[in-house]
Unconditional design. Structure first.
Ligand code: FES
Ligand code: FES
Lengths: 165, 811
């Protein structure tokens, strides 16, 4: 307890302060400390991808990352992909809704941020590349086809909004 | 009714924006003021007497608010046979038995407190195999049944059988006969959103449960019974369903963890959340039922089926949940898939000290279809008949009445089989690079007009129109990701005559929604839309009756306004109407006078007279009419309800007879694959799924159901198995329990819909939620047999099993 420290985290382009113990996991700090519950917990051991966020633009399992290690780094969560105008969606989110990439929806935030990292790196990925990039994310509902379709569709439409970087 | 405009078109789901932006609230995200976190201590043994539980050290831990056991709380009975208890007192019967629970300020404190609870056991001999459990002198799992009567053996008192025709005579008559033994494992439903709930009492002693359930109303009944057992007679439970995070059958029963949350909330007077993490879910949430299936089928010289004999043995585990009732669903494919005159079906369900199973998508059907369809391929081979041909010869037809009494309405099985025949190359071909290539197919039949397994198989719906032209829908079934709300929206938009955006399906809540038996048996869309169509009929009748009086005045008013330069009415969400031809001064309004209710129509949110002028002022927006009805003298609000119970029969399970569904869904899947004979690795090259689900209501949701089902079927066929040793789960995580990923699902899939027109179905549709995974495993098994020349009869068909099949002498 005594070692709890106030961390300064750069989340979705904003500086946020949050108290965290040295062994605090980023996922817990996001969800419980900061109320960013869009990032989901599916396994706590890096096997499902539901908790994925971008750390300096790269997708990580936030359930495996210590919050203390994230100071001075850019964190992007699913909330950070939303454009500012209310009612608008990020092109990936739009594509997900249009194709039906989201069924129960629990896996969607993790998939979408992972796909965002891919498109930042490779704006026109092949289907194989998309499947490779998403193979650390589990979905029990969709059979993945519509998810892959959504990424390719967003890629084709151009990604538009650039957030959190 | 207006013609269909939205039904059958691709439309995004109403909840999609919230889900893709992380705004949807799952049980994990819901927080109540002052909420505590519960954790449950489970048994350390598969079978043991509980001698003593010492909770004192746990109670002393700072942050702990309550520690409860079966000894200091009312006894809450769980399960349809009532032989399970929320907290065990006398003995534990498997490694997941709940013996104590803690409520604390945070989940970590609660879990730490569990470790401080000391339990003293007297270990008892245990039994983990259903055959051994049936032997004389086997350890008895339950000395008494749920009603306190002594048991005779370890058999679960559940009868389900079907005997029709003379089996021995049929065997004698048969030119070819083939028998086989098949084994299917426990698998985990593996919802990405793990299980959990929040229980909270108000100051009246009434209970609210935020639940991850598919049966809000049966849960209300179960929890009200628990309240009675707690001495809270006359108190009520309100069940609120959060965004589900996956269902697949896990929400069909009420669970010990829910009753424990209720006990903890009652003890502390505060809201209590119990949430499983992934490992807990693997260990303590009931998986899909496993089964051993013995099957024998015969045919005559021409390939016509002469009989089918099926004997099922199920390891029930320690308590009865819905896994025990899988035979009631097996009954349908066993008696009715293909025309087969003589059928004998028997099932034995036996208590052991293993985990116990609950529902999962398909509910017994994939288990037994694996045996029927694999065995049929072997029969074709024995009879020297082509595999596709034997299916054509025995194909079901519309109008047929099957041995169990299923009355087949629409049936497109033949077209499904032909689609599979066409889309793959069925000639023998070598694989690439020395690999073995195979093709295979399997058919399926499932309930498509709900499945009556309870006295009432009904669904109620309430449609409430408001001053703004919104249609607020209250439906008791559960949106769990299948797209139910989206389908309801399209059906109501079309039948009522409004735009989909105006149809708002509310969260499911037992306090506001009418009764529904539950979202299972592929019944969601069939039931909700049938109920909605009835309510819409009533709604339109009432609306148009008011129009007789109100409409002329509203037209006059619209005309006046437009002459004064006001904007003409705009169809809901539609393009601005044509302003080019302003109404002439002498527009004749007499068309609106003296009309009968039947003269009116509602389309895209505009009310008009069917043969009236095609002018903007002659079409009045629905919301205007609704406000006119509301604010007149003796005003009224339009709300209508319907309660739809489908035309089906509750089967007599002992006889295995009854028309259990109002409609039947058919389908077939076919697969082309290659096997590497060195490694046993399977690569799927192509998949065909042809389904007769009646008319397509909601293509986006339907594709998702079929593709998602197929992925689960692929996992069932090749990868998934809950492994146990002495009742302990050995692979409680996604590292050791393999789910298909985007990588395994990289093959192309041909989705074919054979659109029959089902007379009992809404817009001609049938149920489509489960079929996607029913024939997947046998289609793959048949393709593997084609590739390898040997049959695999145990799921999952892992590389090790494939190598062993290729070379039985290798270990
Ligand atoms: S919760 Fe982090 S990978 Fe599953
Ligand atoms: S949509 Fe349910 S897990 Fe992916």
């Amino acid at each position: 307890m005594t070692r709890t420290r106030i961390l300064r985290l750069k989340i979705n382009g904003h500086e946020r302060e949050v108290a965290a113990e040295p062994n605090a996991i980023l996922l817990d700090v996001l969800r419980e400390g900061l109320g960013l519950t869009g990032t989901k917990r599916g396994c706590d051991m890096g096997t499902c991808g539901c908790c994925n966020v971008l750390l300096d633009g790269r997708p990580v399992n936030s359930c495996l990352v210590l919050a203390w290690d994230c100071e001075d780094r850019e964190i992007t969560t699913i909330e950070g992909l939303l454009p500012e105008d209310p009612g608008a969606l990020h092109p990936l989110q739009e594509a997900w809704a249009e194709t039906g990439g989201s069924q129960c929806g629990f896996c969607s935030p993790g998939f979408i941020v992972t796909a965002e990292a891919l498109l930042r790196e490779d704006p026109e990925p092949t289907e194989t590349r998309v499947r490779e990039a998403l193979s650390g994310n589990l979905c029990r509902c969709t059979g993945y086809k519509k998810i892959v379709e959504a990424v390719l569709k967003a890629a084709r439409s151009g990604r538009g909004v650039e957030v959190g970087s | 009714m207006t013609g269909t405009r939205f039904v059958g078109t691709k439309f995004p789901r109403p909840e999609a924006p919230d889900k893709v932006s992380g705004r949807a609230l799952y049980i994990h995200d819901v927080v109540r003021p002052g909420m505590l976190h519960g954790a449950i201590k489970h048994s350390a043994h598969a079978h043991a007497r509980i001698l003593r539980i010492d909770t004192s050290r746990a109670e002393a831990l700072p942050g702990v608010e309550a520690v409860i056991t079966g000894f200091d709380t009312p006894e809450l009975r769980v399960g349809f046979l009532r032989e399970n208890r929320a907290l065990k007192r006398d003995k534990v019967r498997n490694q997941r038995d709940e013996i104590a629970a803690v409520a604390a300020r945070d989940p970590e404190t609660a879990r730490r407190a569990l470790e401080l609870i000391e339990v003293e056991y007297e270990v008892l001999p245990a039994v983990f195999d259903p055959v051994e459990a049936m032997r004389e002198g086997a350890p008895r799992i339950h000395e008494v049944d749920g009603r306190g009567r002594p048991t005779r053996d370890n058999r679960v008192p559940m009868e389900c059988r079907h005997h029709s025709g003379d089996l021995e005579a049929a065997k004698e008559r048969s030119a070819f006969r083939v028998a086989g033994d098949y084994e299917v494992p426990w698998i985990q439903q593996s919802c990405m959103g793990t299980a959990g709930c929040i229980a909270e009492f108000d100051a009246n002693g009434d209970l609210t449960v935020w639940a991850k359930t598919q049966i809000p109303f049966l849960a209300q009944r179960d929890f009200n019974r628990a309240l009675e057992e707690m001495g809270l007679e006359g108190r009520n439970t309100r069940v609120i369903v959060t965004t589900l995070g996956g269902g697949f059958g896990t929400g069909l029963d009420t669970h010990c963890y829910e009753y424990i949350a209720i006990l903890l909330a009652h003890r502390t007077g505060r809201p209590v959340k119990v949430l499983m993490d992934r490992e807990e879910e693997f260990r303590y949430l009931s998986p899909r039922q496993s089964a051993r299936v013995h099957i024998e089928q015969g045919c005559d010289e021409e390939g016509r089926l002469t009989y089918r004999e099926v004997r099922v043995l199920q390891d029930n585990g320690a308590y009865a949940s819905w896994g025990a009732t899988f035979p009631t669903v097996m009954l349908l494919p066993v008696t009715s898939l293909y025309k087969v005159p003589v059928v004998h079906f028997d099932a034995e369900i036996v208590y052991t000290n293993n985990t116990y199973a609950q529902a999962m998508r398909g509910y017994g059907n994939p288990e037994v279809t694996m045996a029927i369809e694999s065995n049929l391929d072997e029969l074709a081979l024995a009879a020297g008949i082509d595999r596709l041909e034997i299916r054509r010869i025995n194909c079901n037809e519309p109008g047929e009445v099957t041995p169990m009494g299923a009355r087949v309405g629409s049936c497109g099985l033949r077209a499904c089989i032909e689609a599979c025949a066409e889309k793959l190359d069925w000639r023998a071909k070598p694989g690439r690079n020395g690999r073995l290539r195979g093709v295979g197919m399997a058919s399926m039949l499932h309930v498509g007009g709900s499945g009556r397994i309870y006295r009432s198989d009904a669904s109620g719906i309430i449609l409430k129109l408001d001053d703004f032209g919104n249609v607020n829908v209250f439906y008791g079934g559960v949106e769990m990701g299948q797209g139910l709300h989206s389908t309801i929206r399209l059906a109501i938009a079309d039948s009522l005559g409004v735009l989909p955006e105006k149809v708002r399906v509310n969260p499911t809540d037992t306090a506001t929604c009418p009764w529904d038996v539950g979202t299972h048996a592929s019944r969601g869309a069939f039931m909700a839309c049938n109920a909605a169509l009835e309510a819409v009929r009533k709604l339109r009748a009432r609306l148009f009756a008011y129009c007789v009086d109100l409409f002329p005045r509203e037209v006059e008013r619209a005309l006046r306004k437009q002459r004064a330069g006001g904007p003409p009415p705009r169809p809901e969400g539609g393009a601005a109407p044509d302003r080019s031809s302003p109404p002439s001064a002498e527009a004749d309004l007499s068309f609106a006078q003296g009309r009968a209710p039947g003269d009116f129509e509602l389309e895209k949110g505009l009310v008009f007279v069917k043969d009236g002028p095609d002018a903007p002022w002659a079409k009045i927006p629905l919301d205007r009419i609704l406000r006119a009805i509301h604010f007149r003298e003796g005003g009224d609000m339009l709300t209508e309800t319907a309660f739809y119970d489908p035309p089906s029969e509750l089967p007599d399970w002992r006889e295995g007879r009854g028309n259990m569904s109002a409609a039947y869904t058919y389908g077939a899947q076919a697969v082309e694959l290659e096997v590497d004979p060195e490694t046993g690795e399977v690569e799927i090259l192509r998949f065909v799924s042809a389904m007769d689900i009646g008319k397509v209501l909601n293509p986006q949701a339907l594709d998702g159901q079929v593709l998602g089902g197929l992925a689960q079927g692929l996992g069932y066929a090749l990868y998934e198995e809950v492994k146990t040793e002495e009742g302990a789960i050995l692979n409680p995580n996604f590292t050791d329990y393999k789910l298909p990923t985007a990588h395994e699902m990289a093959f192309p899939v041909d989705l074919v819909y054979v659109e029959t027109d089902e007379p009992t179905g809404p817009f001609g549709a049938k149920g489509a939620g489960e079929p996607g995974l029913v024939p997947t495993a046998p289609a793959i098994a048949n393709a593997l047999r084609d590739a390898l020349g040997v049959s695999l009869r145990t799921l999952p068909m892992t590389p090790e099993r494939i190598l062993r099949a290729l070379d039985p002498s290798a270990s």
